[in-house]
Design a protein around this ligand. Structure first.
Ligand code: ADP
Length: 694
């Protein structure tokens, strides 16, 4: 009796130890081996094993394979016996499958078993056997077997239940392990799929980048090709416009050629802008802008159109607006002109309004510049942020036109979208305007909003936070409109390098009448020869040319010490920021986009050659020629001199300008002072004034 109690106790202890193993084991396979060994000692049998039940690989019939085994000393292990893999139940022990499957056990002394089972088991030397099933979620996963090869066993109910329980625990562990494995597989699969997808996305992005690059290049090339003939058209329109021999009537025609050419240029620029914005290569160029004169410029342009259409144009300018702000002038103008042009286009009666309002002035607490999104110490705006305030400005364009249906409002900012039924009005536009305008507004940290009532009119508005500039006077000194007819210095020789005759001839015809000597070259090599054999002061060169391009020419010139004083202006139809940057980096002194703007060209020459221009008199009947200078009264000269000696350039400019406003015969005198003031030649102004002081 005592012995039997001890046996049960030992079994319970073994099962407790085994359970502990199961719960704490680190290595699953090793852990199960430990469990079998513990159970072996607890039950004192000769062999314990676990078989996994599965469909036979060939015929899918129920089969089982041995996975783990423990043997007592002196018993030969069968773990590597291939005969114990893929055993068909029906071949060996058909009865067992059905019993175990439903949770029953096989137990007893082999001698009592049916004949065919007895043969199989005795053949393996088994005298007594206990088989308990491993059920995982009611599925017959496998079995645990206990063989005794020495004696008959008399398994008690409690022992069988205990072993069934441990088989259940083993099943739980196997289930957990299988779930973990499945999870691991899933994870691996997921990782693999993510890797494939990432790879696909990288490839797709590369493809898209390539396509985008190709598109940008195509657009840049196209715009280059279109600009070259336009350069001829616009250049000659400007030359003809300056000609004294063209009668007034024909001059109108020239104006139209110029305007149409300019319109075409705007379209090309629009498309290029869009490509740049999409390729994220669009850069803002903030500068100091004198707000009221900037807006007046816009208003003047728009008024011509509204007058032509016979509608009123109402302009409100808030007196609280700052004098000057820092913003991208060209882009702000582009936004306003687009909104105003649309307003006029879609209004047949009533009025169009432009309302510009200061909504508040706030201290700048920015970590970055609100305009260029760079750090506040960016060179672009540093000078203008001395007082560190910005103004929130609301720009509002209203009209009493056809309006836009509510459901169509979201579409109007889409590329190539034109809404409404009036197809006639479409021909005037491209459907690009608002799309670009909105994108530019976004780049400026703003959004264009719209409210519209069909048949009543529309309101478009946006708000800009613009740093207020204090130093605008120094930045913007003045713009003189008087026409230049020559310069006072010794003759300047200019070499024009361009493979297109149209381009060369525009520059030659613009500059020769002003007294410059012009030489021409078709490519870099020819230019270099001319430079070696002539005394050239300025070279204006294209970039893309056969034989030797502009970049190589500039590099060659820069490496040659005899050309140290030569000024180089790069003029190209490739207007990408990159081209401009390269041109300046390799030694160009200035960059002028084509089509060449006559005023910009002259400005550049002024800057690099310090020329003193001679101006055409405004009205021959009233004013003397440039050389016959009428001098203002002595007291005016005296006050000008003291302003100059105090270095108050801005005040000087304002004062001389009021003199010419008062009496236009002072214009040559005034222009002379202005041109000296423009290059801050204070001493020269002083001695010039003193020349006339008695
Ligand atoms: P488009 O060059 O055709 O004018 P936009 O992008 O500037 O292209 O405008 C897109 C469309 O939005 C226009 O075709 C028009 O249908 C509508 N739209 C824009 N502004 C107004 C307005 N002020 N009044 C009525 N409709 C407008």
């Amino acid at each position: 009796m005592k012995k039997k109690l001890l046996r049960v106790e030992r079994l319970l202890k073994g099962v407790a130890d085994a359970t502990n193993y199961l719960l704490t084991m680190a290595d699953y396979s090793q852990g199960i081996n430990e469990v079998l060994a513990t159970l072996g000692q607890a039950t004192e049998v000769d062999r314990i094993y676990i078989f996994h039940v599965h469909p036979h690989p060939e015929n899918q019939r129920p089969a089982c394979s041995q996975l783990w085994e423990w043997v007592a000393q002196g018993i030969t292990p069968q773990i590597n016996n291939p005969d114990l893999q893929n055993i068909l139940f029906e071949d060996m022990v058909p009865r067992w499958y059905n019993t175990l499957k439903v949770g029953g056990v096989i137990e007893g002394n082999v001698g009592d078993f049916p004949e065919e089972e007895k043969n199989q088991l005795e053949f393996q030397g088994i005298i007594s056997i206990l088989i308990v099933p491993i059920l995982i979620k009611d599925n017959f996963w496998g079995l645990v077997g206990f063989d005794d090869c020495h004696q008959e066993q008399n398994w008690k109910e409690i022992e069988i239940s205990t072993l069934r329980a441990i088989a259940g625990s083993i099943g739980g562990i196997i289930a957990r392990h299988e779930a973990e494995q499945q999870l691991q597989l899933l994870n691996q699969d997921l990782e693999r799929r993510i890797q494939i997808r990432t790879q696909e996305l990288i490839l797709a992005k590369e493809e898209a980048d390539k396509a985008n690059q190709a598109k940008s290049e195509f657009l840049a090339n196209m715009s280059h090709e279109l600009r070259t003939p336009l350069n001829g058209i616009l250049g000659y329109a400007q030359i003809l416009n300056r000609s004294p021999f063209i009668p007034e009537k024909e001059r109108n025609g020239i104006d139209i050629i110029y305007q149409c050419g300019n319109h075409l240029l705007t379209l090309i620029n629009d498309i290029l802008d869009l490509a740049k914005i999409e390729a994220q290569k669009f850069e803002l160029n903030p500068t100091v802008v004198h707000l009221s004169s900037f807006l007046e410029g816009v208003v003047d342009m728009i008024k011509v159109r509204s007058d032509k259409k016979g509608i009123d144009f109402i302009y409100h300018y808030d007196p609280n607006l700052p004098d000057a702000i820092v913003t991208d002038e060209k882009r702000l103008r582009q936004i306003l002109i687009n909104l105003l042009t649309n307003a006029i286009k879609f209004t047949d009666e009533g009025n169009v309004t432009l309302n510009v309002k200061a909504e508040g002035i706030f201290p700048i607490k920015l970590e970055q510049c609100s305009i260029c999104q760079q750090q506040l110490d960016c060179d672009r705006v540093k000078y203008s942020l001395q007082n560190s305030y910005y103004c929130q400005i609301k720009f509002e364009v209203g009209d009493t036109g056809i309006g836009i249906a509510e459901k169509e409002l979201p579409q109007i900012f889409q590329v190539f979208e034109q809404v409404g039924k009036d197809k006639n009005r479409y021909t005037e536009g491209t459907g690009l305007g608002l799309a670009i305008t909105q994108k530019i507004a976004h780049l400026m940290d703003s959004t264009i909003k719209v409210k519209s009532t069909l048949g009543k009119g529309s309101d478009f508005w946006f708000r800009l936070n613009c740093p207020i500039s204090q130093s605008w006077k120094e930045e913007l000194l003045f713009k003189d409109e008087a026409q230049i007819i020559g310069y006072e210095e010794d003759t300047v020789t200019i070499l024009v390098v361009d493979d297109r005759w149209e381009n060369r001839s525009v520059l030659v015809n613009l500059l020769e009448p002003l007294g410059f000597i012009l030489k021409e070259a078709e490519n870099g090599e020819e230019a270099f020869n001319i430079l070696q054999n002539n005394s050239i002061n300025v070279m204006i060169t294209d970039i893309i040319m056969p034989v030797m391009n502009g970049y190589d020419l500039i590099k060659k010139v820069k490496n040659d010490s005899q050309f140290q004083t030569l000024k180089i202006i790069v003029s190209s139809a490739s207007v990408s920021d990159r081209d401009q940057q390269i041109s300046l980096e390799i030694g160009g002194d200035d960059f002028l986009p084509k089509p060449v703007d006559a005023n910009k060209l002259l400005e550049s020459l002024t800057k690099h050659l310090h020329l003193t221009w001679q101006y055409k008199e405004i009205n021959t009947s009233l004013t003397p020629t440039a050389t016959e200078m009428i001098i203002p009264p002595q007291e005016d000269l005296q006050s000008l001199l003291s302003i100059t000696q105090d270095g108050l350039i801005t005040k000087l400019v304002e004062t001389v300008k009021t003199m010419s406003d008062r009496n236009s015969s002072y214009l040559p005198f005034v222009n002379k002072v202005l041109s000296l003031a423009k290059s801050f030649e204070i001493e020269e102004i002083e001695s010039f004034i003193q020349e006339w002081l008695r």
